[in-house]
Design a protein around this ligand. Sequence first.
Ligand code: PNS
Length: 161
Amino acid sequence: MAVGVYPGSFDPVTYGHFDIIQRSAAIMDRLIVAVLNNSSKSPLFSVEERVNMLIDVTKHLPNVEVQAFDGLLVDFVRKNHADVIVRGLRAVTDFEYELQLSQTNRVIAPGVDTIFLTTNLKYSYLSSSIVKEIAMYGGDISAFVHPSIAEKIRAKFAGES
Ligand code: PNS
């Protein structure tokens, strides 16, 4: 049974993340989407909100579960008896950081490998930060996130949540 961990900040989940979730869930027997609870960053959404948004958009995928994590990713991977870390690669600009992350993880936890899926071309430019910036200025984000997520972002910037 192949178990994958797809880690990230997911602040918030975009169609780009969702594409990686769907495609990796089709390869793995079980996929755990691991949401970083990192107090040194100041996310727009709390970790509970990010987890709930991910649960909402993945509820039709029976082999996908969502968990929050803090501390080292490799510890989370081992604790969950997972086989691989899954990451998405958008463009060459992602490569250096991703290489550093995966090499470091393999040094501190030999045996924990990372596999990369190249992002769907449709979403190769997309990031959570860009979505938040557009939303902050009242722009249309419907091409980038699920409708339920767009509404939560709108409410957050309107101070309603
Ligand atoms: O979506 P992001 O923010 O690019 O995801 C980054 C993430 C969560 C994969 C990375 O920051 C991470 O693994 N953090 C956990 C702490 C850790 O294990 N650090 C050592 C890896 S070099």
